[in-house]
Design a protein around this ligand. Structure first.
Ligand code: GDP
Ligand code: CA
Length: 332
């Protein structure tokens, strides 16, 4: 490979940040001048007690900065919850939603800058400037397009914020559908379309297809950029052996009538040649049998170990994804 690569990663929080760390590690070893641009899901964002939360942006930032709580799987290491206890005593906010004290520092900084008139991309840039994270994180859009889940409630249906459904009800209320109100009019955040156009490869992280990758690719300008870029688009399956590794992808996929399988998610994303998202799709060794079905969709299938147990296995997974993209892009 001659010139250093420009890699764009579409990512949600936990699966996205684990993969992002592996990608950065792999590139440090093989292509130290490579540039990583992460387009982060902002569908999880919300207002709570007057502050703006951006869970997936923060998960990516904390993980790449190495200040995340690896045991709990979210938030900051060494976190305390004194402010949350006070908010509960005041009866403010959501009693079932804990805001860590360090995390609140992030939210207050963000909210202050937003109130002073900075755009969302500029705010994320300032947050990312605190640590040398070796990647650029861009919010998918600056518009507020928080994910709303419509749940079945007896004979009725009612909408609630994605965070309430997930954190309060642990996804136990049956979802009917997921919407990002306003997303059809939302523009990609500054820099996003350009990064995709200039990329040498675009990677779709092993993130939740419905509530992480779904909102990103629902931004019309991002769809167009992905369709038009000369870069190959390769995805990594978040499903291993027919199951979501962590999180609530299974119930999300069921709600939208997609099959919870490696080929089911490939079908949901679709082949780029066919108006969809993907040129190539990396499935787990456990799902090697799904490869012909993926190929039949017009998406080149690859098979690799997909468990991200540590930095080493995550870096190997990133290497496999880039290799799969490279194999098909010769002559493109
Ligand atoms: P969230 O925003 O915190 O929900 O995180 P993401 O959407 O980025 O990631 C959640 C997805 O990551 C789930 O669908 C999991 O199946 C997937 N995931 C988590 N760990 C792994 C792993 O080790 N390997 C793979 N292939 N997928 C994983
Ligand atoms: Ca998320």
């Amino acid at each position: 490979m001659s010139a250093s690569r420009r890699v764009v990663l579409l990512a949600g929080g936990v699966g996205g940040s684990t993969f992002a760390r592996g990608l950065r590690e792999h590139l440090r070893r093989t292509d130290p001048h490579a540039r990583i641009t992460i387009v982060a899901n902002t569908g999880d964002d919300m207002w709570l007690t007057g502050v703006r939360l951006q869970p997936d942006v923060d998960s990516l930032l904390y993980a790449l900065a190495g200040v995340n709580d690896t045991e709990r799987g979210w938030g900051r290491a060494g976190e305390s919850e004194r402010v949350s206890a006070e908010l509960r005593a005041w009866g403010a906010g959501w009693p079932w939603f804990t805001l860590g004290d360090l995390d609140l520092g992030t939210h207050l900084a963000r909210t202050g800058w937003l109130r002073e008139g900075a755009g969302v991309a500029e705010v994320v840039r300032r947050l990312c400037g605190r640590w040398p994270i070796g990647a650029e994180i861009l919010p998918m859009t600056e518009a507020e397009v928080d994910t709303i889940v419509t749940v079945r409630d007896g004979a009725d249906e009612r909408p609630m914020h994605f965070q309430e459904w997930w954190t309060r009800y642990r996804a136990s209320l049956e979802p009917v559908r997921f919407d990002n109100p306003g997303v059809a009019e939302a523009e990609p955040a500054p820099g996003v379309a350009r990064a995709i156009a200039d990329a040498d490869v675009v990677v779709v992280a092993p993130s939740n297809p419905v509530v992480s990758v779904g909102p990103i690719v629902a931004v019309p300008g991002i769809r167009v950029a992905l369709r038009e870029t000369d870069a190959p688009v390769v995805g990594v399956s978040p499903i291993i052996g027919g199951r979501a590794v962590r999180g609530m992808a299974e119930v999300c996929l069921a709600a939208i009538g997609a099959e919870c399988s490696a080929s089911g998610v490939a079908q949901l994303y679709g082949a780029r040649d066919d108006g969809g998202l993907l040129d190539a799709w990396l499935v787990a060794e456990e799902d090697a049998g799904a490869a012909p079905a993926v190929d039949a969709l017009g998406i080149r299938a690859g098979v690799a170990p997909l468990w991200m147990r540590d930095l080493e296995t995550s870096a190997a997974l990133a290497a496999a994804a880039l290799e799969l993209a490279r194999r098909g892009s010769a002559g493109r």
